[in-house]
Design a protein around this ligand. Structure first.
Ligand code: NAP
Length: 480
């Protein structure tokens, strides 16, 4: 059984202790053993990154970009293997894993090109013979803390802009799915990225988070994960005035208006709510349906959902894989119980699936609740599983009011053919990622990514916006 070491200062460090990475579709299958780092190793990793900073940041942007292009080529040469590994460690279906690995490769390429652009500002001065401009400079050592649900894409969209901007990094992956990000670091190492520039430190978040946030040379943290951990990190990082970027939970609505393309709307809701087992931060967890089509929509939503096949994501024809682990499965089941107790109607699904081919995994039937009121727990709290709450809206304005009546503001979707409504929705909805006549999930890397309200804090990720977090300006006034 392979043991995946941590990567600190250009060395694959021997593992004093390990933790298991198991396949959530078949828990008898060990995907790998991972070194469980100590707090001291985290501190060493940050110090190694600090030592490497001067050399790495003095390279030209295009030179740094070339390392990313090379790493992208290496990843591409292992495409099938990486996708299969992702399905084995996270549980998502093989086509979904392939899509994510392709996205990670494209993210590397996109930001590799950014090394040759990195636009600053050049503006005319009010003074004669004064030339003024602002250059982007890297900020130093950045800590990257990532979740398990997009185990390759999220690490890629932090690593690539951080590195191309000239920062050095320490990445701490989620313990539930560390292999996909380990592969990114392996590719960067093979591409010849100098020692100390990229450091990989796996292990318990509680233990390593403390060491990371207290490490002297650290300048910034980019975190994606739950609101609770994000809040804790924010408080600790603020004490030291670290720069921080937080991408956290959501309670994302899809509004279905009476004039929507009905079939497409049903399909988009099923996709948004249940694909990837509902374990996308941008997944639809509330479906807000205009009164006049509510009952017809629910019938079609249930009918289509009942056709979804739950199982091992490696098998062809499977739509939904398992929950990522026992904890997430229990969370899903607990919220289903809460929905029932609060008086919502479990219209479809919600059973733990444990017979036959499901016996060794964390499988659950997708669940649809109807009769959900705005204030109910299942309409307010993030579940992060395949559970959709259907709410009834009198009209468009009412739907928008319900949609905004949560603490979160990550993604949102509307299904309608009415152009005025679409523009009203774009203006009024409180979310950072908006879709129209598409599922609420499914973003690309070329535009800014991130939410509002309690979902996010700090500059956006991805697209040109990513550079705002990973760089500082130096402003120059030059008399000639
Ligand atoms: P999580 O439990 O918050 O963990 C995220 C990361 O933080 C993991 O690497 C975890 O390590 C680490 N961690 C745990 N305790 C820590 C501490 N005290 N200090 C520093 N790091 C610590 O979240 P998750 O369960 O992996 O992911 C699901 C959540 O992520 C959901 O809420 C989802 O909405 C959110 N998410 C948001 C976005 C977005 O862009 N907005 C995208 C994807 C996911 P361990 O694994 O070792 O505990």
């Amino acid at each position: 059984m392979p043991t995946y070491s941590n990567y600190i200062n250009g060395e694959w460090a021997p593992a004093a202790r390990t933790f298991e990475n198991r396949n959530p579709a078949d828990t008898s299958e060990l995907v790998g053993l991972f070194a469980r780092a100590s707090a001291a190793e985290m501190t060493n990793a940050v110090e190694a990154a600090q030592c490497a900073f001067a050399g790495w940041s003095s390279l030209t942007g295009p030179a740094r970009g070339n390392f990313l292009f090379k790493a992208a080529e290496i990843l591409d040469s292992r495409f099938e293997q990486l996708a299969l590994e992702m399905t084995r460690e996270e549980g998502k279906t093989l086509p979904e894993s392939k899509g994510e690995v392709r996205r990670a490769i494209n993210i590397f390429k996109y930001f590799a090109g950014e090394g040759s652009r990195m636009p600053g500002h050049l503006v005319p001065s009010e003074r004669d013979r004064v030339f003024m401009f602002a250059l982007r400079k890297p900020i130093g050592v950045v800590g990257l803390v990532t979740p398990w649900n997009f185990p390759s894409a999220i690490p890629a969209w932090k690593l690539a802009p951080a590195l191309v901007a000239g920062n050095t990094v320490v990445i701490k992956p989620a313990s539930a799915a560390p292999l996909s990000s380990w592969r990114l670091v392996e590719a960067l190492a093979e591409a010849g990225v100098p020692k100390g520039v990229v450091n990989f430190v796996a292990g318990s978040g509680g233990e390593l988070g403390e060491a990371l946030v207290e490490a002297g040379p650290l300048k910034a943290i980019s975190f994606t994960g739950s609101c609770g951990i994000g809040q804790w990190l924010h408080e600790r990082a603020s004490r030291r005035r670290l720069r921080i970027q937080l991408e956290m939970g959501g309670k994302n609505p899809t509004i279905v208006l009476a004039d929507a393309d009905f079939k497409a709307a049903v399909e988009n809701c099923v996709n948004g709510a249940f694909f990837s087992t509902g374990q996308k931060c941008t997944a639809t967890s509330r479906v807000i349906v205009e009164d006049s089509i509510h009952d017809r929509f629910v019938d079609a939503f249930v009918e289509r959902t009942s056709k979804l096949k739950v199982g091992d994501g490696r098998e062809p024809g499977i739509d939904i894989g398992p929950a990522v682990d026992q904890d997430q499965l229990e969370t899903d089941l607990r919220y289903i119980e809460i929905g029932n107790k609060d008086g919502a109607t479990l219209q479809y699904g919600g059973r733990r699936l444990s017979e036959g081919a499901w016996a060794k995994g964390y499988f659950i039937e997708p669940a649809i609740f109807t009769g959900v009121e705005e204030g109910m727990t299942i309409a307010q709290e993030e579940i992060f599983g395949p559970v959709a709450a259907v709410l009834r809206a009198r009209d468009f304005d009412h739907a928008i009011r319900i949609a905004n009546n949560v603490a979160f503001g990550l993604s949102a979707s509307i299904q309608t053919q009415n152009v005025s409504r679409i523009f009203d929705y774009v203006q009024k909805i409180e979310a950072g990622l908006l879709t129209v006549n598409l599922p609420s999930a499914g973003v690309e890397y070329q535009l800014p990514f991130g939410g509002t309200k309690e979902s996010s804090f700090g500059p956006k990720e991805q697209g040109p916006a990513a550079m705002d977090f990973y760089t500082d300006y130096k402003t120059v006034y030059l008399k000639y």
